[in-house]
Each structure stands twice: as structure tokens, then as C-alpha cells.
Design a protein around this ligand. Structure first.
Ligand code: WT7
Length: 649
């Protein structure tokens, strides 16, 4: 049911009331623009873009030819210059830019001046080996300062980076190298996670066996282990840095030049290379960080996301550095060496802003408050969450136990594609646990039905963005057609996010989760088709279907239903076989895609037209089928479906 004119006006009034409740004058003023027309938004973004340093000013704020946007047309700037150089002629040059906390307790601080020097040196290293403007460089690294240095060095040269999460398998790395045809790869010898050594360079060597484009591999020494060095191709980072000069002029980039590509899962098998450009992306990342976290110059800001995800890009690297903030970066796991590691870090570095994921909060909840007792968390003033809906119970726990009842929680909704936070409270908003409140100033987001009509409060609909925004993705790398189809064609005229949501009676947004074939495991997106394709490649598998089941800690967990090829090892241990299939997926994608359960079954429930009925699989996976013998779609009976299941593991 669509809203009447009167209801819409009431809704607008409510949003304005929310805006009025903001403490910060600046936020308050801009929040009003949520209800204003497009011109107000462009003015807002133009004003925000002016806070960056431009070599040449734009001559048009937005050129919009649906669905292609160009922001700050003909403006020229450089991302690394904006993150580093422009802070150097003030007191900030000696301010800590990056506080690195190693898993073993080692820590290292880089001031803005020092970080600038490292980035310049590494940019010179890359340049002298042939990296030039427009060249896509792949980065496959753990959470160490050199990952940030590498990203910024690429940005300095105008070479878009393609960061691949360090937990991905060689195959996933290879796929991302091959799609971008990278000639350069930056990686390390090994890494530590929960005290275990990860042989990163071995993964790289495996990946490169079928990735011919790579000519040079730069290797940071982190684990100090013996690795194979291939002459002419592999270069030690520390050796190359010794000879490099500290001055590398930033490349002058067009506002619309690509800053990076970052792959994310979609509803088909092939991950999508999400392309972000320079001027708009930087404007979006810096503005949202400043407003949502009310960033002040003495803040110590800690975002726990890995550099391999968009949160790492926008809110560990670009957003905070653009704001001249002090970043905390932690290498390891929250339970190493013990389950209070995060709280030790908060106290040790006096963290004031903590941005993390609901899945982490639920884990801390499970571990219990005894791990908090030893630590002083009074430095904290604002908390944030991202990646998946946060259940009110976890929200309240976080608020009370970590935030001491005084820190507001910014539940921020956004996506790899949006580049920046899109729907979120601001400090001072009246919060409701579990709601991400309202669109950010300058953003037009709505919840609509299939035909694009706004839904009434309480009704389920889809999140869409109805006006272009500066940090929107510009394309899918190598596949502009897929970009148009995926995001702009489901509900014509608007950006379709793939998330279900509803308004409450106060106009607050409540995100319900993905409505496509994407599973959100601990805030990580995994496409069902991606896992299914990998399963089908295993010689014993005839057919596979994956679904997401609700999971107490992870939000969702992957469950795979598999039918075996006829005649395949009838005597083999089926539980063992299921375990082998799990390992197969971990090897091919990475540990984040490991199914929680695998059901081996004689048959998958299908409609007459051959479509797998995933709803039944979800019922089975979540244990709703017991005793239910109702006849299902197309004559299927749960009992029969169940009878076909050979084993679950
Ligand atoms: C998907 C995007 C944005 C950085 C991390 C994930 C879900 C994200 C929230 C939130 C409910 C959320 C959505 C979205 N999501 N934030 N605050 N409340 N759901 O980026 O991998 O691109 O995933 O994460 O389903 O579509 P991503």
C-alpha cells in the first residue's frame, strides 16, 4: 500500500523532528536537507567536497545520465595527497596517524610525517618497477601497516588498487588477479593469526600458477620465515625501500579516475569487481566519518574491519586519514592471547571511537562480562556497528557493558557498492536498538514495494536509493551491462540494494536482511551460487543448493544440500564425505565460506519447472520440519524430503 500525500508529509515532519533532536549544530543543519530537494543535496555535497584539497576545482557538481554518474566533473585531486600531504603543514605532521598493534603485543606508531615518508618511498619503489597511472595493482596482505602504505602508494601513482582479503584462498586470489590482469602484486611472507603461522607467500605461489599477468611480486617480511624467492619476479619490500627516495610527487588525477576496485559476492557465481572513483568517493568517506562519529582532533579511532573489505577501505584507511585522525589497527584475533584482547587495546591506546560488527558483539556477549572487569573503557565516547542487522539484545549489551550506558551506538547501513555509510543515526539522535534510523544528510533512501511505491510503516519493502550519491559505484569492472542489470533494473529508475527493510511508525529504518541469493555470514557476503558452483566441481557431487540459516553468533550460516552422483562410493563413510566437501570449499574460497552443515540427500525438492524450493531447505536447516507433514508446493511433502536425507554433518 502506498503512502498518501498526508502520510508522506507526516513522515517528512517526523524526520525533521529527528533532525531537531541532534546536539551538533552542523549535523542538525545538514540533516534538514534530508527533506529538501536535489539542489540542496548538490549544494551540501559541493560544500563537503570543498573540504578536500583539489589541484583544480570542478566545473559541475554532478553529471547524471542514468545510471551513470560523474561527480565533481573535471576536478583534479590525489587521494594520497589528501590523506597525508595536506596535514603536514600544521601541527598534525607530528600527530600519530597510525597506531599498529601486533598480535604478539608489539606496537608501532607512525606520525603523519612518517606515514607520508613510507608511502612516498613505496610509491617510488613501485614507480621504478613500472607501475604507472591506470595500472591495477593487486594487494594480498594481512592487517599490517604495509597494507595501508601499499594502498596509499598506489593511490599516489594513480594506480587503482585491488585489495584481496588475506583470508581468501589462492583460487579466489587468482580469479581477482585474472579479472584485473594485474601485472603487480603486493604481499608478505607469512602472517600470524591466533598465534598460528599462515603461509601467505605459498598461497600466492599457488595462485600465480595460473595467473600469467603478474610480472612483479613485492614481499613484506612479517613472519620472518623461509620462502621461495623467484629471481626476476619477487622483490623484498624492505630491500627495495632502502634505496627509495622520500619524495614522490602525487599524480594529478581526474575526479572520475578509478581509485580502486574491490570484489564482492553477488547472486551469480562470479564475484563482481566494484569500481570506485576518486573525488566523489573521498568526499563521501570523509564526510560520513566526520559526521557519524563526530570526529574530533583528539580522538583515537579504532575500526576493527579488515583492509580486505569495504569497511577497511572507507573507515580504516581513507575516511580517518582524510580527517587527520589517529587510527588504531590491530593485526589479530579478538581472543588472542585471551578473550579480553580488544578491551586491553581500548585501555592501552585510550580508544575513543570503536567501530565493529554485530557478530563480534554477540561473540563477546557469549564470552561474558568477566573479560571486561580488568579494563578501563571510560575513554570510549561513540560506538558503531556495521555489516548486518544488530539484534536489540546485542545492542543493549554493547551499550551497557562496552559503552558504559553513555556512548551512543551508530548502527550504520551501507554496502561495498555505496562506498560510504548511507543510513545511520548521528550522535545525538534518539536511538532505537536495532534500527539504523534514517538516511545520511544528502542521501535519498526509501523503502518501496516491487513497483517502486513507498511502503507504509510496518510493511516490508526493499531499500532503494533514489538519487545519485558521490561515492556510488560507477560500474562493475569489465561488465557495465551487469552493473545496469543488477542495480538499476530491478526497480527501474532507482538503485536497488538487495536488502529488505521496513519503517516503523516514527519513520525509522529497520533493515531485515538480504532478499537475494546472498548469505551474510558474520557480516561477510557470500553468494549461494558461488558456493554451489564450487561444490558441483567436486567429482562426487551431482547437484548442490545452499541457503543461509539463522545463527546465534554469525547472524547467518551457510547450509549446503548436496545430491551425489549415481554410483559414487556407495560404501564410503558419508559423514567423512560431507567433511571433505566442507574442506573442499575452504580450499577453494576460504574459511569464511565453510558451510556450517552439509546434508547429503537423494533428491532436492523442486518445483515442476525444476526450480529448487529453497524455503523447504531453510525449514529443514532451521529444524522447523519435525512432525510437519503438510503437503508443500508442487506436491512435496516434508516427510518425503526428509526421508531422502542420507546424512547431515
Ligand atoms: C550488506 C553489504 C558495509 C560494509 C560491510 C558489509 C548488510 C551492512 C548493515 C546494517 C543491517 C547491514 C546488508 C548490505 N548490512 N550494514 N547496519 N544493518 N544490514 O559490506 O559486504 O558490501 O555487505 O551488508 O545486507 O546489503 P558488504
Amino acid at each position: 500500500m502506498a503512502l498518501t500525500e498526508q502520510e508522506r508529509n507526516e513522515y517528512k515532519q517526523k524526520i525533521t523532528n529527528i533532525a531537531n533532536s541532534f546536539q551538533s549544530k552542523k549535523a542538525n543543519d545538514h540533516l534538514r536537507s534530508r527533506t529538501e530537494e536535489a539542489e540542496g543535496r548538490l549544494e551540501f555535497w559541493q560544500e563537503r567536497a570543498s573540504t578536500l584539497s583539489w589541484f583544480q576545482k570542478w566545473d559541475q557538481v554532478l553529471e547524471w545520465s542514468y545510471p551513470d554518474a560523474r561527480w565533481f566533473v573535471n576536478g583534479k585531486l590525489n587521494a594520497s595527497y589528501n590523506c597525508l600531504d595536506r596535514h603536514l603543514d600544521s601541527w598534525k605532521k607530528n600527530k600519530p596517524a597510525l597506531i599498529f598493534e601486533g598480535e604478539k603485543g608489539d606496537h608501532k606508531v607512525y606520525t603523519y610525517k612518517e606515514l607520508h615518508a613510507e608511502v612516498n618511498k613505496f610509491a617510488n619503489v613501485l614507480k621504478s618497477r613500472g607501475v604507472h597511472k591506470g595500472e591495477i595493482v593487486t594487494i594480498y596482505m594481512p592487517m599490517i601497516p604495509e597494507a595501508i602504505i601499499a594502498m596509499l602508494a598506489c593511490a599516489r601513482l594513480g594506480a587503482p588498487h585491488n585489495v584481496v582479503f588475506g583470508g581468501f584462498s589462492p583460487e579466489a586470489l587468482r580469479e581477482r588477479i585474472n579479472d584485473t590482469k594485474s601485472r603487480f602484486l603486493i604481499t608478505c611472507d607469512g602472517a600470524y593469526r591466533r598465534g598460528n603461522l599462515l603461509r601467505v607467500k605459498e598461497n600466492v605461489c599457488a595462485a600465480l600458477k595460473e595467473a600469467d599477468s603478474v610480472e612483479k611480486v613485492f614481499i613484506v617480511k612479517r613472519a620472518n620465515i623461509d620462502i621461495e624467492i623467484i629471481g626476476g619476479r619477487d622483490i623484498w619490500y624492505h630491500e627495495a625501500m632502502e634505496e627509495a627516495g622520500e619524495d614522490c610527487p602525487p599524480e594529478i588525477m581526474d575526479s572520475e579516475d578509478m581509485l580502486f576496485v574491490l570484489y564482492t559476492s553477488g547472486s551469480t557465481g562470479k564475484p563482481k569487481g566494484i569500481v570506485h572513483t576518486t573525488g566523489g568517493y573521498l568526499t563521501g568517506a570523509s564526510t560520513t566519518l566526520e559526521y557519524v562519529f563526530n570526529m574530533k582532533q583528539d580522538d583515537v579511532y579504532w575500526c576493527t574491519a579488515d583492509v580486505g573489505w569495504i569497511t577497511g577501505h572507507s573507515y580504516l584507511v581513507y575516511g580517518p586519514l582524510l580527517n587527520g585522525a589517529t587510527i588504531v589497527m590491530y593485526e589479530g584475533a579478538p581472543d588472542y592471547p585471551s578473550k579480553d584482547r580488544y578491551w586491553e587495546i581500548v585501555q592501552k591506546h585510550g580508544v575513543t571511537i570503536l567501530y565493529t560488527a554485530p557478530t563480534a558483539i554477540r561473540t563477546f556477549m557469549k564470552w561474558g562480562v568477566s573479560y571486561l572487569e580488568k579494563w578501563d573503557l571510560s575513554s570510549l565516547r561513540i560506538l558503531g556497528t556495521v555489516g548486518e542487522p544488530i539484534n536489540p539484545e546485542a545492542w543493549n549489551w554493547f551499550h551497557k557493558n562496552i559503552g558504559g550506558g553513555r556512548c551512543p551506538i551508530m548502527d550504520t547501513w551501507w554496502q561495498t557498492e555505496t562506498g560510504m555509510i548511507m543510513i545511520s543515526p548521528l550522535p545525538g539522535t534518539n536511538l532505537k536498538p536495532g534500527s539504523c534510523v534514517a538516511p545520511f544528510p544528502g542521501i535519498k533512501a526509501e523503502i518501496v514495494d516491487k513497483s517502486g511505491q513507498p511502503v507504509a510503516p510496518g510493511e516490508k519493502g526493499f531499500i532503494v536509493i533514489t538519487e545519485p550519491w558521490p561515492s556510488m559505484l560507477r560500474t562493475i569492472y569489465n561488465d557495465h551491462e551487469r552493473f545496469k542489470q543488477t542495480y538499476w533494473n530491478t526497480i527501474p529508475g532507482v538503485y536497488y540494494a538487495g536488502d529488505g527493510a521496513k519503517y516503523d511508525e516514527d519513520g525509522y529504518f529497520w533493515v531485515l536482511g538480504r532478499v537475494d541469493d546472498v548469505i551474510n555470514v558474520s557480516g561477510h557476503r557470500i553468494g549461494t551460487a558461488e558456493v554451489e558452483n564450487i561444490l558441483i566441481e567436486h567429482p562426487v557431487v551431482a547437484e548442490a543448493a545452499c541457503i543461509g540459516k539463522n545463527h546465534e553468533i554469525k547472524g547467518q550460516a551457510i547450509v549446503a544440500f548436496v545430491t551425489l552422483r549415481e554410483g559414487v562410493c556407495p560404501d564410503s563413510d558419508l559423514v567423512e564425505l560431507a567433511e571433505e566437501l566442507k574442506k573442499h570449499i575452504v580450499l577453494r574460497i576460504g574459511a569464511i565460506a565453510r558451510p556450517e552443515d552439509i546434508y547429503l540427500t537423494k533428491e532436492l525438492p523442486k518445483t515442476r519447472s525444476g526450480k529448487i524450493i529453497r524455503r523447504i531447505l531453510r525449514d529443514i536447516a532451521e529444524g522447523r520440519m519435525i512432525g510437519d507433514t503438510t503437503t508443500l508446493d508442487d506436491g512435496f511433502n516434508l516427510e518425503e524430503v526428509m526421508k531422502n536425507i542420507l546424512v547431515s554433518s
